[in-house]
Design a binder for this molecule. Structure first.
Ligand SMILES: Nc1nc2c(ncn2[C@@H]2O[C@H](COP(=O)(O)OP(=O)(O)OP(=O)(O)O)[C@@H](O)[C@H]2O)c(=O)[nH]1
Ligand SMILES: [Mg+2]
Length: 276
């Protein structure tokens, strides 16, 4: 099955972002620390162009710290300085406003307009709320919670713009699409749960065997991903008449990965992405 998700509201958001870019001084681009390559939207990337940008590897609390280090090194070699952050670090996030002003070239007596962009569910609205120190934007543990752009005044000198999560019309690299689906960036109704779960299991079995064994108390995991899913289904009580309910088992596995119940997991390393 080819994975993709580009509903109408995303196309509208793309156009709105394009217009707003003419008026903003800086873009804060959030990517997911668990998959910085696959969660970087090529569409947004080309739209942002030369506008000053602050790149954030977000949700680091869910990512493997050793792999996040590798990513920071990778970007450093490309002369990019991203910030590895998550919502448990509000004070560090707020301090970024000073850095943002510096990068934007705006003087302290000038109004600074910042737009926050990124793929769905990466934590943009949560990030905005942290900067504002109040819950203004709606957040939710599913993609496409924010449906339109909105500008919020932080104070006399800073304006922030929240935007809907945007993907792109055709995700060429289907490995990336699978990873995006694992993290919940693609709407559940646009994916086959079992398909994604089997992909995830193939990866976890190789890269995070201990996390898999510990979470589901499985002494042995060297088996076909389908059999592994069946074993997980039994452990999690995902049963129906006649055996394991594979859909429910897949749902349980993805839920566990998404909320960190399997531990801190990164889905890609700099060495595992196509040369760029
Ligand atoms: N573990 C973890 N969860 C986070 C973090 N930031 C946001 N979340 C959660 O991720 C989910 C999505 O957050 P939102 O802020 O709504 O994401 P968004 O990018 O605005 O999503 P859309 O508006 O749908 O594009 C929510 O359940 C948040 O609580 C983080 O740093 N760590
Ligand atoms: Mg949002």
């Amino acid at each position: 099955m080819t994975i993709g998700w580009y509903p109408g509201h995303m196309n509208k958001a793309r156009k709105d972002i394009m217009k707003l870019l003419l008026q903003v001084d800086l873009v804060i681009e959030l990517v997911d620390a668990r998959l910085p390559y696959s969660s970087e939207n090529p569409l947004l990337n080309s739209l942002i162009g030369e506008t000053p940008r602050l790149k954030i590897l977000n949700k680091t609390d869910l990512a493997d710290p050793a792999t996040t280090k590798l990513w920071l090194e990778f970007y450093k070699q490309k002369n990019i300085t991203p910030y590895a952050l998550d919502k448990t670090q509000p004070e560090t996030i707020k301090k970024l406003l000073k850095t943002a002003r510096k990068i934007s070239g705006k003087k302290s007596n000038q109004v600074l307009r910042i737009m926050i962009v990124g793929i769905p569910n990466v934590g943009k609205s949560t990030f905005l709320n942290i900067l504002l120190d109040r819950k203004v934007a709606k957040v939710g543990n599913e993609p496409a919670v924010t449906k339109g752009t909105s500008e919020i005044i932080l104070d006399d000198s800073i304006k922030l713009i929240d935007t809907p999560g945007v993907l792109w019309p055709k995700i060429e690299d289907q490995n990336s699409a699978y990873r995006l689906a694992i993290t919940g960036a693609i709407k559940n109704t646009a994916i086959e749960f079992e398909d994604i779960a089997l992909f995830a299991l193939g990866f976890l079995r190789e890269e995070y065997p201990e996390n898999l064994k510990n979470r589901y108390q499985l002494p042995e995991i060297n088996m076909d991903a389908g059999l592994l899913l069946e074993a997980i289904g039994r452990k999690r009580g995902c049963l129906r008449k006649g055996g394991v309910d594979y859909h429910k088992a897949s749902e349980a596995l993805l839920h566990d990965i998404r909320n960190g119940a399997l531990g801190r997991i990164s889905l890609e390393k700099p060495e595992s992405i196509p040369a760029c």
